[in-house]
Design a binder for this molecule. Structure first.
Ligand SMILES: [Zn+2]
Length: 158
């Protein structure tokens, strides 16, 4: 499986679970510039092969990546809990058929939208506007940071 984990602060539980699931997981530091994450995805896109991106604080359950890797849908996601009342994308599979259908997708992202702060929208959500839908896999994967956030909320409230 071609698994990539872009990180600025890689969580040890994320690293451990990914190394167990796919020993050749590629961990890529993306803290050097605002567009390092974009550059990475653009490189992956240009290779034309299916790949899965797992964020640096996501902990997947055993077998989760294999399920999406083998799924025939072009765009597979696991949601993860986000800040209170919000869910985010924890893990996304970009299938090779999707990439070949939109070979210029990354080139077409406006330079002003290439920062990691805004990339989610252009990279994934804009595909929805092009008629692609997320294939949602369940159960959700785990997200370390919001858990900590909730924990703080609970303890402060007591
Ligand atoms: Zn799927």
């Amino acid at each position: 499986m071609k698994i990539v984990c872009p990180y600025t602060r890689l969580q040890w539980a994320t690293e451990l679970t990914l190394r167990i699931e796919e020993v050749n997981t590629r961990f890529v530091y993306t803290g050097n510039s605002d567009t390092a994450y974009y550059d990475l995805v653009r490189e992956l896109w240009s290779q034309g092969e299916t790949f899965i991106v797992v964020e640096h604080d996501i902990v997947i359950w055993p077998g989760a990546l294999r399920v999406t890797w083998e799924c025939p849908h072009p765009l597979c996601v696991y949601y993860a809990p986000g800040p209170v009342g919000v869910i985010g994308l924890g893990c996304v599979k970009y299938g090779k058929d999707l990439i070949s259908s939109f070979p210029s997708h990354l080139d077409n992202i406006d330079p002003s939208q290439r920062s990691w702060r805004m990339l989610d929208k252009s990279l994934t959500w804009d595909l929805i506007n092009k008629g692609i839908s997320f294939h949602n896999h369940e159960p959700m994967v785990s997200h370390l940071n919001p858990d900590r956030y909730f924990f703080e909320m609970i303890t402060k409230g007591e």
